[in-house]
Structures are given as C-alpha cells and as structure tokens.
Design a protein around this ligand. Structure first.
Ligand code: ADP
Ligand code: MG
Length: 226
C-alpha cells in the first residue's frame, strides 16, 4: 500500500482559538502502488488540505498518514523536507515556474537541494522530451502557452523520481484541449513508470479516467456515484 491514511482529522482555528472549522474528520484513504485516484468535491471542502497533508506540506491534527512506508506524523522537519523533495512530486493549478529561469533550469530546480546530482541534466532533457517540449528547453516560461507550462511542471515534479504524484486541480487554468492533453500525459507517466497519481479536479469526465473516483463529503472520502 503506497498511501495509508486512517482516522485523519484536521481542524483550522482562528488565531484567537475561536471559530474552529473541522475540515477533515476521521478520513480514510488507501492508494495502492500504480493506482490512479481522482478526488472530487466542491470548493472549500478540504481537497487541498488533504493533498497537502499527504505531501507533507501541512500536518494532520490526529490520525495516521503513511506514504511510501514512512509515517509522516513521526518525521522531524529534516526528514519531512527530504520526503517533500524526494518522495512526492507536486503539480498545482498554477505552474509556479521561475520566470527568469529557462524551461530546462526549472525542471532541475528540485535537484538543487541534493548533494549528488550526476546525470540530472540528461534526465531533465529526457523528461522534457517525454512531455513533448525538447524544442523549448532554452525558452523562458513566459514564452510558453499555459498547457506547455503545466507540462514543464510535470517534468519538474518527476525529476527526482518520486514514488507518488500529487496534482491539485492541475487543469483548472487550462482549456479543454490542454486539460485533456495534461491528463493524457499524467496517465502516460502512470503507465510508463508505474507511478501512482492522486488528482484533485472539478472535471468529472477527467476524473473518470482514473482507476478510482472518490468524493470528499463532510470531511470524509466515499466512492463517487452518478
Ligand atoms: P478545497 O481545496 O477543497 O477548495 P481547502 O482544503 O483549500 O479546500 O480548504 C478547506 C477549508 O479549510 C476551507 O473552508 C478553507 O477556508 C479552510 N482553510 C484552508 N486553509 C486554511 C488555513 N491555513 N487557515 C484557516 N482555514 C483554512
Ligand atoms: Mg483546493
């Protein structure tokens, strides 16, 4: 089991301690190796909170969060930083590419924190080829279309060979054609690398292309129907 989340609870409070909002309540989630999972749910229901906790960008208040054999609730800050850098790849709605760096340099950013970087340039070039952007390696992100930028973000998310890909509304800012292409690309990476993918999306038709479709309702996940 690649992801095992049990009895996960997350509550946000106002700075003065009042107005507690329980976003996730005793949430259960299991993702098997190689599986693709979509998470649906209305805005504000806690999808990003859940993804951020699985990716160690945020922490649970209670419960267990095991990812790739590591219990995130028990790691110290150093181990969490290493986990974020090496174990998960993240794609967000906005690409977050560095505007002053080339496409190739952007793909290499996650490798900068690592002491051993042999072969990373070759690997970045290979990844750019697999996302169809070899000819854009020396361009700046500002010179690319929205769809191309998201494909660079996919290459960047994969540069450290993560064990899990997390995508938070990655097609939210794309038109239909580019959204479909991005999902094609994620599924291709899943097939080629056996990489499990958890994607948050509003688009039911895109969600249906994943192995499992779940919806987040009242702080818990359930199988999506209809
Ligand atoms: P979604 O991604 O499904 O739109 P989020 O996970 O971003 O939802 O947010 C879930 C709820 O938690 C929302 O009501 C949001 O306002 C609240 N929330 C998110 N982050 C914080 C935070 N850092 N502090 C307080 N409330 C937050
Ligand atoms: Mg969100």
């Amino acid at each position: 089991m690649l992801v095992e989340v049990s009895r996960l609870t997350k509550t946000y409070r106002a700075p003065d301690g009042s107005d507690a909002v329980e976003v996730l309540r005793d949430l259960e989630l299991r993702v098997e190796a190689g599986q693709t999972v979509a998470i649906l749910g209305p805005s504000g229901c806690g999808k990003s909170t859940l993804l951020n906790i699985i990716g160690a960008l945020d922490h649970a208040d209670a419960g267990e969060v095991r990812v790739a054999g590591q219990d995130l609730t028990k790691l110290d800050e150093t181990a969490l930083a290493k986990f974020r850098n090496e174990t998960v790849g993240f794609i967000f709605q906005l690409h977050h590419l560095l505007p002053q760096c080339s496409v190739l340099e952007n793909v290499l950013v996650p490798t900068l924190a690592q002491p051993r970087r042999d072969g990373t340039a070759g690997r970045a070039a290979q990844l750019l080829e697999s996302v169809g952007l070899s000819h854009r390696a020396n361009h700046r992100p500002g010179q690319l279309s929205g769809g191309e930028r998201q494909r660079v973000a996919v290459a960047r998310a994969l540069i450290n060979e993560p064990k899990l890909l997390l995508a938070d509304e990655p097609t939210g800012a794309l038109d239909r054609v580019n959204a479909t292409r991005l999902i094609d690309l994620l599924l291709e990476m899943n097939r080629a690398l056996g990489l499990p993918v958890v994607i948050v999306t509003h688009a039911v038709d895109l969600a249906r292309r994943m192995n499992r479709v779940l919806e987040l309702v009242d702080g818990q996940l359930r199988e999506y129907r209809s």
